[in-house]
Design a protein around this ligand. Structure first.
Ligand code: FES
Ligand SMILES: [Fe+2]
Length: 361
């Protein structure tokens, strides 16, 4: 984690390949849509190399356990769940949603073996903005603060969610959330960006608790998506550790939120979740139109990221160059500070300052 970019000089910006591949350990990651956790059902997910089983108990509370029976390693997600306990399909051991072993049915009444010490690893789980979030960190509490969960901030009338797995590292994928330079080249669909001409952009970036935000007042009327809102929307784009991009569009009482979350599955596979929310019921009619467009948009990122990852696999260095790449450098600075704060057991101190950036896109 030592060599992250310090300044904008290209030779200083070459990144340490190890730092490139490690997601932040102590952070909340989006693991599933809330409605995918049905009471009584189990769902297997991957998170940062860990196999996790998710569920929702009879009272509606979600839980996350390591998807591995301590007895012989069986996936508990393949077993049964009655709303209170999971039953391993191999020898029937039962575990509560707190991970504690409740019963070993094959034990004879005369067997003195005590199963009360046996437990499956449990992970903290929360729900926010219509998603379930898990923190996979197993180390001791460091005393440093972890980034807040994204919240929606309004009552959604509708939502479209697209989930796509990218065969690329967590960092490379997360950089695409803060990279203005790729938009004109990767996302050149008629409905998003009708004109191919590069234009000068000037935007002010301000530090937020675990990231930074970019605010603009509706100069980007070129996009039909923005035009749909009518009037002059105010757009705010926030990036927050570990890999959360929150775009909020406000036009009078109308609200649209376009949230993107990066989740590390393994060291070379990353889940991108894109959720579009709105508070105007009339927009629900556009769901069948929005879904394929959002999928196309996310697929454009997926394809280019996978090709770039293949290049980084051959030589794992990047050159972060010019003001358009500063947000990418900030990502690594934020991450480095999060690691340093956790190591020292002190609060996170955002190393960024308010800055105006200029680039063409
Ligand atoms: S492997 Fe789970 S009970 Fe034996
Ligand atoms: Fe993109």
């Amino acid at each position: 984690m030592s060599a992250s970019p310090r300044a904008s000089a290209p030779d200083e910006a070459a990144l340490d390949p190890d730092a490139m591949r490690q997601p932040l350990a102590d952070a909340w990651y989006c693991v599933a849509r809330s409605e995918a956790l049905k009471p009584g059902a189990l769902r297997a997910v991957e998170l940062n190399g860990e196999q996790i089983v998710l569920g929702r108990d009879a009272s509606g509370a979600p839980f996350a356990l390591r998807d591995r029976c301590p007895h012989r390693g069986m996936a508990l997600s393949k077993g049964r769940f009655d709303g209170a306990a999971l039953t391993c399909p191999f020898h029937g051991w039962r575990f509560g949603t707190d991970g504690r072993c409740r019963d070993v049915p094959t034990l004879s009444a005369s067997d003195a073996a005590d199963f009360s010490k046996i437990a499956v690893q449990r992970f903290p789980i929360r729900e926010s903005a219509g998603f379930a979030w898990v923190n996979p960190f197993l180390g001791p509490a460091s005393g440093s603060d972890v980034p807040a969960l994204p919240e929606l901030g309004f009552e959604a009338a509708g939502r479209v969610v697209i989930e796509l797995v990218v065969e690329a590292s967590y960092d490379l994928t997360t950089l695409s959330l803060v990279d203005p330079g790729h938009v004109a080249f990767v996302h050149d669909s008629w409905w998003f960006r009708p004109s191919k001409e590069l234009r000068e952009k000037v935007k002010t970036f301000t530090p937020t608790p675990h990231g930074f935000t970019m605010t603009s007042h509706a100069t980007t009327t070129s996009s039909p998506v923005y035009r749909l809102l009518g009037g002059a929307p105010a757009v705010e784009i926030e990036f927050r550790l570990p890999g959360v991009r929150l775009e909020r569009i406000v036009a009078g009482a109308k609200r649209v939120a376009n949230y993107t979350f990066a989740t590390p599955l393994t060291h070379d596979r990353t889940l991108l979740t894109n959720a579009l929310y709105w508070n105007m019921p009339a927009l629900n009619l556009l769901k069948p139109v929005a879904r394929p467009l959002m999928r196309q948009f996310l697929t454009q990122d997926q394809q280019v990221l996978q090709h770039a990852q293949a290049g980084l696999d051959r030589k794992p260095t990047m050159v972060l160059f010019g003001q358009g790449d500063l947000p990418s450098q900030w990502y690594f600075r934020l991450k480095r500070e999060a690691l340093a704060a956790a190591r020292a057991g002190r609060p996170f101190v955002n190393p960024l300052v308010t800055q105006e950036l200029r680039w063409r896109s």
